[in-house]
Design a protein around this ligand. Sequence first.
Ligand SMILES: Nc1nc2c(ncn2[C@@H]2O[C@H](COP(=O)(O)OP(=O)(O)OP(=O)(O)O)[C@@H](O)[C@H]2O)c(=O)[nH]1
Ligand SMILES: [Mg+2]
Length: 486
Amino acid sequence: MINLSWLPPIVVQASERLASNLGELAGGATVWLAVTGLSRSGKTVFITSLIHNLLSALHNPYRMPLLGVVGERRLLSTSLESESAHRLPRFPYLRNIEKMAGQFPDWPARTTDISEIGLKLRFTPANTIGRLVSEVTGTPATVTLRVVDYPGEWLLDLALLDQSFADWSRATLRLFRGGARAEIGRDFLTFIAQHRSREPASDEIAKQAHDLYCACLFKARDEHALAYLQPGRFLCRGTLPDGPYLWFAPLEVGEENPAGIAESTAPHSLGALMAERFEGYKREVVSRFYEDHFRHYSRQIVLVDVLRALLAGREAFEDTRRAIATMVESFRYGHGGILSKLLLGPHIDRTLFAATKADHVPDIQRDHLAALLRNMAALPALDVMSSHAKLDVTAIASVICTAEDSQVIDGHRVQVVVGRPVGAKSQSKFFVGNVPIRPPRADAWASPFLNVPVFEPPALDPAPIEGIAHINLDLALEFLLGDRLR
Ligand SMILES: Nc1nc2c(ncn2[C@@H]2O[C@H](COP(=O)(O)OP(=O)(O)OP(=O)(O)O)[C@@H](O)[C@H]2O)c(=O)[nH]1
Ligand SMILES: [Mg+2]
């Protein structure tokens, strides 16, 4: 590494630019964009639309005018990397676009594991030095964009690294004593009331407790739209094989005795068995995800279905808020933080939080969605990143599935969106009321509503020519990658 510290800042910047341009010209530059978000937040559709629109950008630059490299007509070519270039399973872009653009358009299936897809972009540099180098060498700049799709639930697990089994059990069971969880967890709570942590270790009891606990997590997610659910891998296992090492669940561990020893740690007890598995999970699953994958990522987008959380009622909204706050912790590399202990090397230096499916609300409400996300996650107050990292919040729709219309409700004409629900013969109107820019006050919540319509994708061309109509996808990409495509 050349020491440039004696040069004045402007020269240093130019030299760094030159080094980066040379690297990019040599075809070596790779930018990792990690796409995450809780289940059903829109990750797969986002990546499919992003890839399709980048591949279509040469034919139809009007789809992505706000992505500098496209709007300034500097993009020369885009091509998908071959299967063999990937370390992880390949993101099924072609399968997804064929499904969305098929004769009976439908959405991609739920994702079960982490995946990646590489896209090579060749472009004319925007800056003078880059252009000069490009002209001298006769080679355009090249950046390989590696997009990774991984479940946001896995980020919730980072918080476990700081907790002992006893701490985690106490915190989790405290949550399960109130709100919707008390009912959801009834069978599980009855079971563990009969199996205290000091009873002798048993694989069979551990497995039964684990199965009952997992059933609660699925019910909480699927029937109540709750989001703060740990461990995340119990919901999105990926390719982790099932086995006794995963068979654990929170237990009543009692308080610590004066010597600071919880009853869960008594040798050969059920509590000790669970605690051993919990520690194994942290070591082999949680830490490993950060060490093997997360360390590569430099750009991150976190997708949040804000509208669904809002309509699902106060408890679901608060739970989503808590889950986002915990995910935000994963991007904090501050001194002494868990991550800085786990990882050395490059860090995420840009994170975008995006409220997805903005086509569910009329145009005038879309800024509200972004503002609500900003306030929901208390993002302005967070020094999320180290000082040189950037953070922003926006509202996006990866695929516009609705059109605007108006309707008279209770004597007032209001803006609505209209689209065709999947499988329906005709179109229907959808009115969400006014999206607040702040989380509603405790007494202002309407009753929970989980049936947000699933609108059919619009007519799409599976060939990368026309691209897909979207909201703010180009702006989002410009924030996340624009500097690397200059
Ligand atoms: N109207 C509209 N619906 C969308 C959009 N993006 C996603 N959806 C809907 O949201 C559903 C979930 O989107 P996915 O991209 O599969 O979500 P995901 O985060 O990958 O979900 P998991 O893989 O289950 O975690 C889709 O099946 C669509 O019904 C959008 O831009 N507009
Ligand atoms: Mg998915």
